[in-house]
Design a protein around this ligand. Structure first.
Ligand code: SAH
Length: 227
C-alpha cells in the first residue's frame, strides 16, 4: 500500500513539474516575442537554464505540428546548388546544417550544438555580402525586426535569397508586410500561404536597405496557450 502511495505522489510530482516547465516556457517565449534581440541575448546570458527550458518547450510544440517548416526549407535548399553559402539565423539545433551539403553558418543566442556561433542576429560576425541564402525559420522573435532584417540584407550578396518561415497568425497583413520588405531591399519571389500554420516567404535582395521607418513591418507575438 505504501508503494502504491509512493507511486502516486511520484506521478503527482512529475505532473506538477511538467506544469511548471510549461509555464516557464510560455513566460520565456512571451519575453522573447516582446523584447528586443539585445534583451533576449541578455536574458539567456543571465539565465542559461532559461534557454534549456525554452528549447525543450519549443521542441514539444513542434512535435505537435503536422508539418515542421524547417523541413520545407530543407526541401527548398536541396533544389538549389550545394555550392551556395547559407546563413541560418536563429538556427536552434542546426537541423538545416545537418541536412544539406552546403556551407551553412549557424547563429543562435546559445549553442545547442558546437556548430553554432553565438551572437545576436542583429549583429552577425560575417562580412558584408558573404552569403547567398539567409534563413529565418521561426526565428524572427525580437521586436527590432527592421534592424534584424537590415542585418540580413547586409550579409546577403546582391541577388541573394532570403527565406522566412513564420507562424501564419503572426501576420496582420502579409501583403503589407511583403510591400514593406521592398524598402529593406527585398523583392518578393514566391509566397507559400497554403498551410494554415506557416507561411513561407522567399525574397531576393535587389539593393541595400533604405533607411527610414517601415511601419508595416510588423509581426504579432506567437503566444502559446496552456494545455
Ligand atoms: N530555426 C530553428 C529554431 C527555431 S526556435 C528551427 O526552426 O528549428 C527560434 C530560435 O531563434 C531559438 O533557438 C532562439 O534562441 C533563436 N533566437 C531568438 N532570438 C535570437 C537572436 N536575437 N539572435 C540569435 N538567435 C535568436
Amino acid at each position: 500500500r505504501d508503494a502504491a502511495l509512493g507511486g502516486r505522489s511520484e506521478a503527482l510530482r512529475a505532473r506538477m513539474e511538467e506544469r511548471l516547465q510549461g509555464a516557464r516556457f510560455r513566460y520565456i517565449n512571451q519575453q522573447l516575442y516582446t523584447s528586443s534581440s539585445r534583451e533576449a541575448a541578455e536574458l539567456f546570458r543571465s539565465d542559461p537554464e532559461a534557454f534549456d527550458i525554452y528549447h525543450r518547450g519549443f521542441a514539444r510544440q513542434v512535435a505537435q505540428w503536422p508539418l515542421n517548416p524547417v523541413d520545407s526549407i530543407i526541401r527548398y535548399l536541396r533544389q538549389r546548388s550545394p555550392s551556395l553559402v547559407v546563413a541560418d539565423l536563429g538556427c536552434g539545433d542546426c537541423k538545416i546544417a545537418r541536412s544539406i551539403r552546403n556551407k551553412v553558418h549557424c547563429f543562435d543566442l546559445v549553442p545547442l550544438s558546437p556548430q553554432v556561433t553565438v551572437c545576436d542576429m542583429a549583429k552577425v560576425p560575417l562580412a558584408a555580402e558573404s552569403v547567398d541564402i539567409a534563413v529565418f525559420c521561426l526565428a524572427l522573435m525580437g521586436i527590432n525586426l527592421q534592424e534584424i532584417l537590415e542585418e540580413a540584407n547586409r550579409l546577403l550578396k546582391n541577388g541573394g535569397t532570403l527565406l522566412v518561415a513564420e507562424v501564419a497568425s503572426r501576420f496582420e497583413d502579409v501583403r503589407a508586410f511583403v510591400r514593406a520588405m521592398g524598402q529593406l531591399g527585398f523583392k518578393s519571389v514566391s509566397k507559400d500561404l497554403s498551410s494554415p500554420f506557416f507561411f513561407l516567404l522567399e525574397f531576393s535582395k535587389t539593393e541595400a536597405a533604405r533607411p527610414g521607418p517601415a511601419p508595416a513591418l510588423r509581426l504579432r507575438p506567437c503566444l502559446y496557450k496552456r494545455r
